[in-house]
Design a protein around this ligand. Sequence first.
Ligand SMILES: Nc1nc2c(c(=O)[nH]1)N[C@H]1C(S)=C(S)[C@@H](COP(=O)(O)OP(=O)(O)OC[C@H]3O[C@@H](n4cnc5c(=O)[nH]c(N)nc54)[C@H](O)[C@@H]3O)O[C@H]1N2
Ligand SMILES: Nc1nc2c(c(=O)[nH]1)N[C@H]1C(S)=C(S)[C@@H](COP(=O)(O)OP(=O)(O)OC[C@H]3O[C@@H](n4cnc5c(=O)[nH]c(N)nc54)[C@H](O)[C@@H]3O)O[C@H]1N2
Ligand code: SF4
Ligand SMILES: [Mo]
Length: 727
Amino acid sequence: MLFQRDGRLTRDLVRSPGGFGLGQLPTRLKPDATTDMVCGYCSTGCGLTIHLKRGQAVGLTPAADHPVNRGMACPKGWEALTVLEADDRATEPLLRDADGTLRAVTWDTAMRALVEQFQRIQSSHSPDAVAFLSTGQMPTEEMALLGALTKFGMGLVNGDGNTRQCMATTVVAYKQAFGFDAPPYTYRDFEESDVIVLVGSNLCIAHPIMWERIVRNPHKPAIVAIDPRATETAMQATQHVPLQPKSDQALFYGLARLLIERNWVDREYIEAHTRNFDDVASAVEPFTLDRVTDTTGVPTAAIEQLATTIHNGQRVSFWWTMGVNQSYQGVRTAQSIINVALMTGNIGRPGTGANSITGQCNAMGSRLFSNTTNLLGGHEFGNPDHRTKVAKELQIDPGAIPTRDGAAYHEIIEGILRGSIKGLWVIATNTAHSWINQQHVLDVLDRLDFLVVQDMYHSTETAQIADLVLPAAAWGEKEGTFINSERRIGLVKKVGRAPGQALSDFAIFKLVAEYWGCAEMFREWESPEAVFQILKRLSRGQPCDFTGITDYGMLDKHAGIQWPYPDGSPAIKDTPERRLFEDGRFYHQDGRARFVYEDPRPMPEPPTRRYPLVLLTGRGTASQWHTQTRTRHSGVLRKLYPEDIYVEINPTDAADLGIRPNSQVTVESRRGRLVARAFVTRSVQPGHLFVPMHYAETNQLTDAVFDPYSKQPSYKACAVKLSAVPG
Ligand SMILES: Nc1nc2c(c(=O)[nH]1)N[C@H]1C(S)=C(S)[C@@H](COP(=O)(O)OP(=O)(O)OC[C@H]3O[C@@H](n4cnc5c(=O)[nH]c(N)nc54)[C@H](O)[C@@H]3O)O[C@H]1N2
Ligand SMILES: Nc1nc2c(c(=O)[nH]1)N[C@H]1C(S)=C(S)[C@@H](COP(=O)(O)OP(=O)(O)OC[C@H]3O[C@@H](n4cnc5c(=O)[nH]c(N)nc54)[C@H](O)[C@@H]3O)O[C@H]1N2
Ligand code: SF4
Ligand SMILES: [Mo]
């Protein structure tokens, strides 16, 4: 028993090791030494050396010999400990009382309220009337426990991750092309390429340490940045391709056509390792240079230059991020890039690959083990053999496993609107700021009977409208593993105590299991490391098999280990970095990768006379993280970014509208409007605006449209108008 019903925490809980926020620091750390762990912000997964005094973190430095960051860190990493100390840390459970005020309660009251409300909703509506929204920013073990608890223990079907906003497109693109969701690269590929093509990826801001790896490339690589904006990355590239938003698919079809026409493709590779080439080759025939120039706005000579650069390269790597994924046609766009990598044989060799860069520290853990879009371990809910396998490993009744995928994020939101979802549990994500078309979201969340928000701060936009706030321990206050962009499973450790009564998410899920009455099902899930062992078993025989990793100690020793690493793999020292598909075998049954084509579709909301500009959104600075709940707590970081919302405007548009630099302007879409400071800059093209996503107002403008296959929101382009604020 973890907990006494009178609300006091038992000694078991207080004394339990790293899995819980409260209590002793883990004995395996020497009290006055240093220890390495993975950073908790972006998916790069830098190693940070934590300096301890009496077992508590007192400072950090980037880990010197770490295979990922080699002694470097970005400002967020340097400041990772600072943001843990803040006045608005959630320190006790808060329950909204009859007057509508959030008041502190004991954990016992909080747990009873959660169970009572969710069970009441389930019995008066249906089990599916309660849903959850989770994250790519918790350790894999916590995500897996949440996914198993809700779906196997509490009878929920509907639960999704914020990774839907971010990685869903690539997941589908990889599954269809390769047969499994598997980013094929290792970071060394950044240093081994002679041509690096970045598509909709602003590394200098979003993944600064990956950019540093490119800077260390000794081959003087050609660097091509394909982005409508002249981003910090594009400014340092050898070629910037400033295309019109959402025209990448046409561009890559045009490139494919040109490469085929000039016989610059690798027929041998295509023959031996792929399928559907001929179909795709004829489908791209209409994408002539003139047509592609017309669609993309990129001069013919620049397209030819890009094709020539790809052809001349010996080791060409293609990398993409949100400029591709966040689109109404993201999956097919990602596959248009994969097509070009496959047809030129640029995969499975050093310095090559069709490489999607992930976003959050544990996006990859969420993709494989959150039990949302896949059944634990990259299995499928719809596959009876997979359900039987998972049930056997977990020693549960196969009937407890849902036979279908749950609703996607936007379907959950629509379910609330329709009244079919009445209870929502939001964990480590800030829906009321980050979800597309935010005004609508606030209205939707308001319709819930019961909203639970589990966060490390009580001040987030979503926590403020919750009925129940559960205070969570943060990175550095608990244990577990993250999986980074290159599939490296790395360790996070408990190097400080969580404030007040805050508990690790792991401990909160265990408590919910206890109060819900399904704790027995999770007896073996007693600590994060115990769950690591369970997940390891579940990975057996899957492409992500990591059965060769004995325990956390082994991860610690090697600064993380990339999957796959099945039982019997060679020693890590003999294969320190590994890329996929070196043998030319993909995960489809026939071992072949697939070319995929579909006609590009028109923009859902093109500019019109009333809304003549295209609004782009994305990351603003290397010092801001998403909805700013964390980064705004560091004075150092605050000095590095503009406090108030701003909009990037081309000088031509500014002059046309009589807008002076730094004056106040209004940006308005069909859904909402915001007032921002005018940042007049040539980094955006005439006809485009850019507003960073870090300010709460941004998503009042965005348009809720989605990729049909991945259901990922299209955050990056909608129609707006701009005007000067009088006076
Ligand atoms: N500092 C910082 N770093 C972060 C994050 C953060 O919040 N702050 N978040 C992390 C997360 S979760 C993610 S997902 C990544 C995101 O990393 P990125 O995807 O690199 O960042 P974004 O700025 O969202 O988008 C990248 C670029 O896409 C361009 N773009 C827009 N539309 C199009 C288009 O149609 N075609 C092309 N080719 N480009 C287009 C934008 O101009 C932008 O420069 O960053 C991670 N790293
Ligand atoms: N317009 C526009 N909107 C976008 C995007 C865009 O490019 N443009 N990008 C989208 C993308 S790619 C992403 S990934 C999303 C990100 O959107 P969100 O996930 O909403 O952003 P975060 O601010 O990272 O929210 C994470 C929350 O978890 C809390 N937290 C941190 N660690 C823990 C923990 O260990 N436990 C618990 N319980 N809580 C914790 C933080 O305090 C914070 O409130 O935004 C999306 N929204
Ligand atoms: S690049 Fe990413 S992982 Fe590295 S220190 Fe910065 S935020 Fe952390
Ligand atoms: Mo993301």
